[in-house]
Design a protein around this ligand. Sequence first.
Ligand SMILES: Nc1ncnc2c1ncn2[C@@H]1O[C@H](COP(=O)(O)OP(=O)(O)O)[C@@H](O)[C@H]1O
Ligand SMILES: [Mg+2]
Length: 270
Amino acid sequence: MTEAPLIDIRNATIWRGATRVFDNLTLSIAQHERVAILGPNGSGKTTLLKTINRELYPVVAEGAWIRILGREHWNVWDLRKQIGVVSHDLQNLYTPMTTALEVVVSGFFSSIGVHGILAERVSREQLAKARDTLRMLGIASLQRTPLQSMSTGQQRRCILGRALVHEPQTLILDEPTSGLDFAASFDYLSRIRKLSATGHNIVLVTHHLNEIPPEVERVVVLKEGAVAADGGKASVLTSGVLSSVYATDIRVAELDGYFLAYPGQAHHKT
Ligand SMILES: Nc1ncnc2c1ncn2[C@@H]1O[C@H](COP(=O)(O)OP(=O)(O)O)[C@@H](O)[C@H]1O
Ligand SMILES: [Mg+2]
């Protein structure tokens, strides 16, 4: 049996409010694939990720479809059991007093915070798993610390814990290292690399080529609501492709499986 793709979008037009973000988009990402999504601000990267985990529910026209794990219709709670989401602004949705343990536990319910009725539904096993997750991320000592007393890097680790606690096969990461210093972002990236190595399906949005782990094989570049480039890393991360997409001169260097963008014209067309 062939495995259904994580996402299979055919000829979809996706609106957000009055903005048509994607027009006639066709894109497929298989399970177990590791993909980086690049593109200028406003090109639709976040919209694409929100479409995958059904935060956005686009209307699709006749003959068009958006299938997630083989299905057009999902109970979002069933879907989110299979997907872990990290976004750079997720921690801001929590009240500042929320503790690390509460943030991680909320991942079991795909919720923001665990209050009232929900708090009663937290099982002993879930609490134990959440503590294990905090330990694995090196923030066990923060379990009772409120978000407001943590560094951005610590807050982001809590959000990663929230995404990992229910052991999803797929991780969706929207600029997970934005605002982090070198130590925090490299630490974060090494955790993502380990998850790649254990066969997780990873979709990573980033603005920094050097933050694309060597394990990521495929890069999709979005521009103005369309796929501007899609293919193997070495074929997409070139001076020619990036200079054209970002409408500015960009050169690209490669070092040990990592890529780096820097300003200027390439001497020869790559
Ligand atoms: N809530 C919203 N309502 C209306 N338009 C939106 C909303 N969120 C984003 N957009 C628009 O959708 C387009 C794509 O945004 P987004 O997916 O956030 O881009 P990216 O993540 O690549 O920066 C932009 O033109 C943006 O202005
Ligand atoms: Mg975005």
